[in-house]
Design a protein around this ligand. Structure first.
Ligand SMILES: N[C@@H](CCC(=O)N[C@@H](CS)C(=O)NCC(=O)O)C(=O)O
Length: 203
């Protein structure tokens, strides 16, 4: 097994969290390097795209979270070997990136009223539309998992995002949004959460 170091912010969510969960499930040892914002700022220019996560594999630096997720998924038997199932797994992970790009601009708004308006606009349209579409893709594949008929990194990626919505990480986005528009994604979240290794990671 190579020497693995994952560098990400010290939060249990967002783009670096999927690889952490996959390593846990796969029982693969890795260094979980957690950076605070000062560390990140000091080292930003050294990262390939000036952003996290990065994964070092025997010293080779891999950037871009979904590329990292695919690599870690392969190491941890959480990525399909069938090409079509792999494409469905990738589709799901890229879809979560798409919606994250819609939300990201609201993260840095300093004015609270402006942030509230921007979040309410997301809740009025883009978020429910996306949730319904994502749920439809899950349901079309049987309703349990997004690819390969089993847990893959795609499920972990969706789980991390749905968890953040349900925990109210985004102010002005109701924690009931997912249950209201996409109950099958709540059931999917709970299916992943029922895994004792996942629960142990958070508890
Ligand atoms: N496309 C990149 C986006 C990476 C990204 O934006 N990461 C955020 C944290 S989730 C970050 O490092 N933000 C700080 C910055 O860009 O200065 C990926 O998929 O990994």
């Amino acid at each position: 097994m190579p020497t693995l170091r994952l560098s990400y912010f010290d939060i249990k969510g967002s783009r670096g969290q999927v690889a952490r969960l996959a390593f846990e499930l796969g029982g693969v040892a890795f260094e979980d390097a957690r950076l605070n914002f000062a560390d990140f700022t000091a080292r930003k220019e050294s990262f390939p795209y000036g952003a996290l996560p990065i994964l070092e594999v025997d010293g080779t630096v891999i950037a871009q979270c979904n590329g990292i997720n695919r690599y870690v998924g392969k190491l941890c038997n959480l990525y399909p070997s069938d090409a079509v199932q792999a494409a469905l797994c990738d589709e799901t992970m890229d879809a979560i990136e798409d919606v994250s790009h819609k939300v990201s601009p609201t993260l840095f708004l300093k004015d609270e009223d402006e942030k509230k308006r921007a979040r309410e606009a997301l809740v009025e349209g883009p978020l429910p539309v996306f949730l319904k579409r994502l749920a439809a893709r899950l349901e079309a594949r049987g309703g349990e998992y997004f690819a390969d008929g089993r847990l893959t990194v795609a499920d972990l990626k969706v789980f991390v995002w749905i968890r953040s919505l349900q925990l109210g990480v985004l102010d002005h986005v109701p924690t009931t949004l997912v249950a209201t528009h996409a109950p099958s994604l709540v059931a999917h979240h709970d299916r992943v959460w029922a895994n004792p290794k996942i629960r142990a990671h958070y508890e």
